[in-house]
Design a protein around this ligand. Structure first.
Ligand SMILES: [Fe+2]
Length: 162
């Protein structure tokens, strides 16, 4: 029989894990939308920089991460409050590219940290969540590098910063 303290510890861990998974799902959806917005709003910038394909890959990977994490939460929790969020079209109108990409960078960085914590929590406990989180973390590290490089090296972003 489990002691109350052990049982409480497991519950706390499970709650923390679900909270982290919900946070990364939310972030993945946010970055997916921001990449869409970026590609729609800055066709000239991304085309001339030759990075369109990489940003499209990031957009698609974050969409896949979102769906995989929502499924993961559903398995743990029986449901996910996030699953009804639509993969909506990006907002139209004027976009401050510099500000948008800084938001992406911050969100990707947060996701990488959250995935690292999920990996530490699930190592030796739950291989499937560990494996998924490790893969997503590595792909988001590449997204973070892509956005950081673009922000620091693209001459276009200076004129588009508005
Ligand atoms: Fe990402």
């Amino acid at each position: 029989m489990l002691s109350f303290a052990t049982s409480q510890k497991r519950n706390d861990r499970s709650e923390r894990l679900i909270s982290l998974l919900s946070a990364v799902a939310d972030n993945e959806l946010r970055t997916h939308r921001l990449y869409s917005q970026f590609l729609n709003s800055s066709a000239d910038i991304s085309a001339t920089s030759g990075l369109t394909g990489l940003f499209k890959t990031a957009l698609n990977e974050d969409r896949d991460h979102y769906h995989a994490i929502v499924e993961c939460i559903k398995k743990l929790n029986g449901h996910s409050a996030l699953e009804k969020q639509a993969m909506s079209k990006p907002a139209s109108g004027h976009v401050n590219i510099n500000k948008l990409l800084k938001t992406v960078r911050m969100t990707e960085a947060f996701s990488v940290k959250a995935y690292a914590e999920i990996c530490a929590m699930t190592l030796e406990y739950d291989y499937s969540i560990f494996d998924l989180s490790y893969r997503n973390m590595n792909e988001n590290m590449l997204h973070l590098d892509l956005v950081t490089d673009f922000l620091t090296s693209s001459p276009c972003q200076m004129s588009a910063s508005g």
